[in-house]
Design a protein around this ligand. Structure first.
Ligand code: ISE
Length: 346
């Protein structure tokens, strides 16, 4: 590990949309970290991003990258199905790792990560559920925990993307790829576990494969949660949430910073995707990650591997419910003591 006044040397694996965003944040916003190497199985993509940020070392082999002696920490922003194997490699190399969500599409793989991390005996994994750092969600949680709205009864969540990330993206994939953000934020805000999920999609066939999905979740605290994930919303990126309590309700305000009033009307522009809406959350998340590497203490707001595991179990049950039409119980393992210390729980 580098000494206090040395930069934390980060390897970035994956140079797509999120990889590029992390590269920009590390380079522009975090003075005590630097990009040491950019790795992508596509050499051309890694090179293009490295040129933008003047990074001289480009790699195509993620495992070799993780093991490099001049790499202190790793960001994983590669396709979902590769996450677990790279996280395991980082743990084996005893290097802190920030992994984009989901930790793994399958909960079995998350269990392997938990086992590996516990065997090493150090919290090395942070999962990129950046909404925990979003000022609006942070205020929602704080309004609730200070008793401003009484006991929580319900939480309603809307998650709309302009278009699906790929052609064959289905409602089922929305549950495993997009919805984990919702599962995590519900656990984080309410500090309850999810105990059941039932998933629905409209019968309408004209919209193709990628139908919107609506899920109803039950929590260990007896609350009811609704989640809409709509990846064909077309009008803009739009995330809404309302927490309803016995003494009031708290909602996220509009997703956009300004409104234009003109010609007897009022309007505001939506973003094309999630990056502008959650720009500050990503920045604060990456900063907290680097700070936690320096201090050796997990970032208090951040999701850890246990949270990644829980989100994947809920996603699996949601996908099953969508296929079977039945209400699925969430069966998680008993939380290992290793993940119970304060500051790292949801
Ligand atoms: C996408 O995969 C993300 O990671 C974004 O954070 C999320 O807002 C979006 O809906 C997902 O599709």
């Amino acid at each position: 590990m580098t000494s206090r006044d040395q930069s934390i040397r980060v390897a970035l694996i994956g140079s797509g949309i999120m990889g590029s965003d992390h590269a920009r944040i590390i380079t522009d916003d975090i003075p005590d970290a630097s990009l040491q190497v950019i790795c992508d199985t596509s050499d051309a993509s890694a090179r293009a991003l490295s040129q933008r940020h003047a990074v001289s070392h480009v790699e195509t082999d993620p495992f070799k990258t993780i093991q490099q002696r001049d790499v202190d920490a790793v960001i994983i922003a590669s396709p979902d199905h590769t996450h677990a194997e790279y996280v395991l490699a980082a743990i084996a190399a005893h290097k802190p790792v920030l992994c984009e969500k989901p930790l793994a599409p399958e909960s079995e793989e998350c269990l392997r990560v938990l086992d590996a991390e516990m065997a090493v005996g150090r919290m090395l994994v942070q999962v990129g559920f950046m909404r925990r750092f979003d000022p609006a969600y942070v205020q929602m949680k704080s309004a609730f925990s200070t008793g401003a709205i009484g006991d929580a009864l319900m939480m309603h969540n809307f998650h709309r993307n302009v278009e699906a990330p790929s052609k064959n993206f289905s409602g089922m994939m929305a549950i495993t790829n997009s919805a984990p953000h919702e599962f995590d934020i519900v656990r984080y805000v309410l500090e309850e576990e999810v105990v059941s999920v039932t998933a629905f999609e409209p019968d309408k066939t004209t919209v193709g494969e990628c139908k919107p999905v609506v899920m109803v979740l039950g929590t260990s605290g007896g609350q009811l949660i609704t989640i809409e994930v709509n990846n064909i919303a077309s009008y803009g990126y739009d995330v809404r949430a309302e927490l309803v309590g016995t003494g009031g309700a708290v909602s996220l305000n509009d997703s956009v910073p300004i409104r234009v009033d003109k010609s007897l009307s009022s309007s505001f522009a939506y973003a094309q995707d999630w990056r502008p809406r959650f720009a500050e959350a990503y920045r604060l998340q990456d900063k907290a990650w680097i700070a936690s590497i320096r201090s050796g203490v997990a970032a208090p707001l951040a999701s850890n591997a246990w949270d990644g595991y829980c989100a994947s179990v809920i996603a699996e049950a949601g996908a099953k419910s969508l296929a079977t039409g039945s209400r699925e119980s969430i069966e998680i393992i008993e939380q290992p003591a290793f993940y119970c210390h304060s500051g790292t729980r949801p």
